[in-house]
Design a protein around this ligand. Structure first.
Ligand SMILES: Nc1ncnc2c1ncn2[C@@H]1O[C@H](COP(=O)(O)OP(=O)(O)OP(=O)(O)O)[C@@H](O)[C@H]1O
Length: 313
């Protein structure tokens, strides 16, 4: 089965000369949820905008459902729904007229049964005739999603769906997105938050400085992030790791004064208690202990360094 979205060497240089996308390659499978994760200014919105045909790529090709987003714009665009970052709604309009109008914009024939079903799926049906100004913030976000899905697109883009919303609403949004996946829609969302990507996405793409640094199954990326270090300062430096604890993932640093234990926070047992007991038994005196978790920042830094080295080679 061909990918739903195929991005090949996509580049974008803005008019002022700034290159926001530096040759992005990515295939997004039908029915998957992909999260694009990256810091401010990384190029997430630019990438989404080029796929949706809002911004023209200056290099490479992008296809949606097999249609080129530049030369077959209308066909590609008909398959896409976009939920923008900002709440852009007319206060006096009703939910019903907002979704019906959005559907009409795509030239799709009126279909009240489809739209009623959509509103039911988004728990908006009992608000069908309410004015948008009467709705809560969470409901307004649902209306934006309903508008984006009004023409029954195959791919849905959510640009920072939970920016500036409270924790409860954030979880609500995660549930909505998971439920949408059940309907077979392919979903691409952008976020700054690793927890958000973890909660929703099948795969996570990390983007930084206009480059896609990695795309990986969520579970395996999270396993890498789940590594934690326990840094054990020793009263007396050691020349080597005692044989009785050689089964543990241990390294000695700072001339033997610091013992570092790397463990997986997701494992059922971290092994910390047993390690500390075994060290005491081996006569090792601990003067201080500190723990550190590898963060997404560490992974970014590691990847950027690796890229720099490869560029230099
Ligand atoms: N129309 C434009 N003209 C010139 N530069 C732009 C334009 N739009 C975006 N940029 C620049 O391109 C870079 C990428 O911006 P983009 O909005 O894609 O990042 P982002 O990853 O979505 O960031 P954020 O998380 O802050 O939304 C930024 O440096 C931005 O200043």
């Amino acid at each position: 089965m061909p990918a739903m979205v195929e991005i090949t060497n996509a580049e974008k240089t803005y008019k002022g000369g700034f290159q926001a996308l530096k040759g992005v390659n990515l295939e997004i499978r039908e029915g998957e949820i992909l999260a694009l994760l990256g810091p401010n200014g990384a190029g997430k919105t630019t990438l989404i905008s080029t796929i949706c045909g809002i911004t023209m790529p200056t290099g490479g090709t992008i296809r949606v459902g097999g249609h080129d987003v530049v030369t077959e714009f209308r066909k590609a665009r008909a398959l896409i729904g976009l939920v923008p970052q900002e709440l852009t709604l007319e206060p006096f309009e009703t939910v019903w007229s907002a979704v019906r109008f959005s559907r009409g914009l795509f030239g799709a024939a009126p279909d009240e049964a489809y739209l009623d079903d959509l509103l039911k799926r988004l728990s908006l049906f009992d608000k069908k005739h309410s004015q948008l100004q009467e709705l809560s913030g969470g409901m307004k976000r649902r209306v934006l999603i309903a508008k984006a899905l009004s023409h029954d697109p195959k791919v849905l883009f959510l640009d920072e769906p939970t920016a500036g919303v409270d924790v409860e609403l954030r979880r609500d949004m995660w549930e909505i997105v998971s439920a949408l996946k059940e309907t077979g829609v392919t979903i691409i969302l952008t976020t700054h938050y690793i927890e958000e990507a973890e909660a929703m996405a099948d795969r996570i793409g990390v983007i930084s400085d206009g480059q896609l640094l990695l795309v990986e199954e969520t579970a395996s990326l999270m396993a890498r992030l789940g590594k934690k270090e326990m840094r054990i300062s020793l009263a007396e430096p050691l020349t080597e790791v005692p044989a009785s604890v050689s089964d543990y993932e241990l390294t000695l640093e700072e001339d033997g004064a610091l013992l570092i234990y790397t463990y997986d926070t997701r494992a059922e047992r971290t092994g910390i208690a047993r390690l500390v007991a075994a060290l005491a038994e081996a006569g090792v005196v601990i003067s201080d202990v500190e723990t550190r978790q590898s963060s997404l920042e560490d992974i970014f830094v590691g990847l950027v360094r690796k890229n720099d080295k490869e560029d230099a080679a």
